[in-house]
Ligand binder design. Sequence first.
Ligand code: FNR
Length: 382
Amino acid sequence: MIISSSHDYRTAAKRRLPPFLFHYLDGGAYSEHTLRRNVEDIADVALRQRVLNDMSQLSLETPLFDETLSMPVALSPVGLAGMYARRGEVQAARAAARKGVPFTLSTVSVCPIEEVAPAIDRPMWFQLYVLKDRGFMRNALERAKAAGVTTLVFTVDMPVPGARYRDAHSGMSGPNAAARRMLQAMAHPGWAWDVGIKGKPHDLGNISAYRGHPTGLEDYIGWLGKNFDPSICWKDLEWIREFWDGPMVIKGILDPADARDAVAFGADGIVVSNHGGRQLDGTPSTARALPAIAEAVQGEIKVIADSGVRSGLDVVRMLALGADCVMLGRSYIYALASGGEAGVYNLLDLIEKEMRVAMVLTGASSVSQIDTDLLVGASTLG
Ligand code: FNR
């Protein structure tokens, strides 16, 4: 099939994946209102078309923490990415590194930190959840440090897992879920062989390395369910700070007051995110939340944004709303599921081309020129 956009990758992934995995990726919480608003509100951001400025020289280079990114884009942490392609995290990380942008490894990846970090020639980012098992957290931080991880992304919007109806219907969660999931996977032509799980569940890298024995999907879900920690508060972040001296980014900020607290805490950046509409259905979209947060932060720390970004044009829109960098979640996993490393690389190429077109037509020749001046007044979304 012809692939010309991330939408095409979604279609290709839907054809290829067992339904429970496609819906685990594609779905959101409750009635998926926030999931839809994320995409629709970005599409509603209108940009001023500006012409007749010599736009033959464009620069997408973006300084971020101690790195220079080839463009203001990074890959979001996505749990179980290795279920979407064989050694999926390694494939996605390689594509991102070749393209000159950061890859973020999830706490709950299939491939462990020690496998992914050495597979690429640029620094990796690592995402940590707040878990009751503080020993696991500390151990994960030490392993990340030893593997040369630069930036820690600390996700705070999962003190409890969101309710995702699609997962209950697809067999991803609920009674006897694991058995049903595996049967579906085995029955799905081609897929089980390609990800290397014919007949046995995957090894869950970061978790199994800690627990000292291989774990399967069922273990993973049980372990996670018991370990999300609703008691998390700012003092837990101080505890993390003791173990991490590199850049620390707090992911899951959606309110200007929390953004100010992140500045006061001494975070190096925040990710404005509603977890891709997978947690609290009914929150504002990130496009709607972003302008007030960027204003509250006043450039004191870096503002990264995700949730709903599907194109390079969307990246430019999020930058115009106040982001310094934009993260991609589902869109790169659709590409990974249907095209592996080459698919993720091609998606990033498409994103870059779409960004270039949007920059030429808005008269912004560098990333620092993409700001609220590019917005048609009403499109700041209030
Ligand atoms: C996620 N996300 C996520 N976030 C995180 O901090 N740790 C994780 O392990 C995961 N796992 C995860 C799995 C799946 C299947 C999805 C779709 C998302 C959230 C992710 O990092 C990001 O915030 C959203 O995906 C962004 O929204 P879009 O780009 O998918 O719309």
